[in-house]
Design a protein around this ligand. Structure first.
Ligand SMILES: Nc1ncnc2c1ncn2[C@@H]1O[C@H](COP(=O)(O)OP(=O)(O)OP(=O)(O)O)[C@@H](O)[C@H]1O
Ligand SMILES: [Mg+2]
Length: 405
């Protein structure tokens, strides 16, 4: 990982020592002792000058006199500590005010203090130690920064990972739920299919055998047949929801044609004849492998839902295109949208928000079953009050073919 260095770089820069005293001869005496060391030495005649110097280029070590006109040494070093915390601060004092110095040392304003007159070896040793301490403090700061950056990166990665796990778990739960529902729906439908066949067959036999009977009996038998046929449609839908893939029935399908054919079928229904549809078909669309009639059924269901959810004058968008490795077909409306609490249930068989008699709640579960049967998926985006888009995604098959819409 690249780290950006924000402060001084003691690995490449020479150490800088700042001497602060209002008496020039003290400054030159200090300079004389320090001038041959592995550092550069600068001087300031008072607190204000020292702070200006620090603001231009912070020193590693500041050695200040205690008693100076204006700002005294403790005030100066306290300010330096506040603004440049890693600069090592040394107080030089010949004054007897030991109490003030001790307090300053205790409060951490001063790192060391040296008595006047100083011993040159002691001064050199103190400065060397301060330089070393400064280097360590800089390295620590750098480690802290690096740690902080790595921590931030780790926190972000962790959050991304958690989000991924959450999404995958949700997808897994949804597909397990749908698989279980599929098995149950398939089992029930299969069981109902046989007695239903019996009802239909015997209603027909009775209609024939009792052809000479009165109109009441004939009408009753006709009602039995119609009701049984309605049940059969539902059972067929349930079976198509739970049907296993039958790749042998699959052919290359052009989704543009499928969409056109489904729309034409829907236009036969007087309720949808005049409804505006905006077609946005891809000019070049990779074919998919599938069963055209089933895929048309998906488009029909999606279009019906879209029309039912939006006002009659508002257009519904019918799109085709490619999305990564998939070819898609999308139906988008600017209708009611789907509230969040409803969204997680819409693919379940018999889930409907429509009034009794208007919807069986099978449309989307059938679409889902068909999508899965084709190795694809259906995704939904919806904004409550704004509209909904359903996207059928199917794996692409073979070479791209030119398809004109
Ligand atoms: N485009 C849409 N806009 C708003 N809500 C929708 C849309 N499509 C589906 N829904 C919601 O999802 C539910 C389930 O849809 P689904 O197609 O499975 O059944 P249905 O339309 O209620 O009945 P059926 O399709 O059997 O006539 C709907 O009742 C509705 O609440
Ligand atoms: Mg529907």
């Amino acid at each position: 990982m690249n780290t950006v260095r924000h402060g001084p770089n003691p690995a490449v820069e020479p150490a800088r020592i700042l001497l602060v005293d209002d008496e020039p001869h003290v400054l030159s005496a200090l300079e004389r002792v320090l001038r041959n060391g592995p550092w550069s030495v600068e001087t300031a005649g008072g607190g204000d000058q020292a702070l200006e110097h620090m603001a231009r280029q912070p020193s590693w070590v500041v050695i200040s006199d205690y008693l100076m006109p204006g700002m005294d040494g403790v005030e100066l070093l306290a300010e330096i500590r506040r603004r440049w915390p890693i600069t090592r601060r040394v107080m030089l004092t010949g004054h007897a005010d030991a109490g003030a110095i001790e307090r300053a040392v205790n409060q951490g304003e001063i790192y060391r203090f040296l008595n006047k007159p100083w011993h040159p070896q002691q001064l050199l040793a103190t400065v060397r130690e301060c330089v070393e301490q400064y280097r360590l403090a800089c390295a620590n700061l750098e480690y802290e920064r690096e740690l902080c950056a790595r921590n931030t990166q780790l926190t972000r990665l962790n959050a991304e990972l958690e989000e991924q796990v959450r999404r995958r778990t949700e997808a897994l739960l949804q597909s397990e739920k749908m698989a279980a529902l599929g098995r149950m729906a398939g089992g029930v439908a299969h069981e109902i299919n046989n007695p239903l066949g019996g009802i239909l067959a015997f209603a027909q036999v009775l209609q024939r055998d009792l052809a000479g009977s009165g109109p009441d009996i004939q009408e009753g038998l006709q009602t039995i047949r119609e009701c049984a046929l309605r049940c059969k449609t539902i059972v067929d839908h349930l079976l198509s929801f739970s049907r296993r893939a039958r790749p042998q029935d699959h052919q290359p399908v052009d989704l543009n044609r499928t969409a056109e054919a489904a729309l034409a079928l829907l236009r036969l229904d007087v309720r949808y004849r005049e409804r505006p549809v905006e077609k946005e078909f891809a000019a070049v669309l990779p074919p998919v492998l599938g069963q055209d009639s089933l895929l048309q059924q998906v488009v029909l269901n999606l279009l019906q839902n879209a029309f039912q959810a939006s006002p009659p004058d508002r257009p519904v968008y019918l799109r085709t295109g490619t999305d990564g490795e998939s070819t898609f077909l999308e139906v988008e409306d600017r209708g009611s949208g789907i509230p969040n609490e409803v969204l997680s249930h819409i693919f379940e068989p018999f889930f409907t928000t429509k009034p009794a008699g208007e919807g069986t709640g099978l449309g989307l579960s059938i679409c889902y079953g068909i999508a899965r049967e084709h190795g694809g998926d259906i995704r939904v985006r919806s904004q409550f009050g704004q509209g909904t888009a359903f996207r059928l995604l199917l794996p692409q098959n073979g070479a791209r073919s030119e398809v004109r819409s």
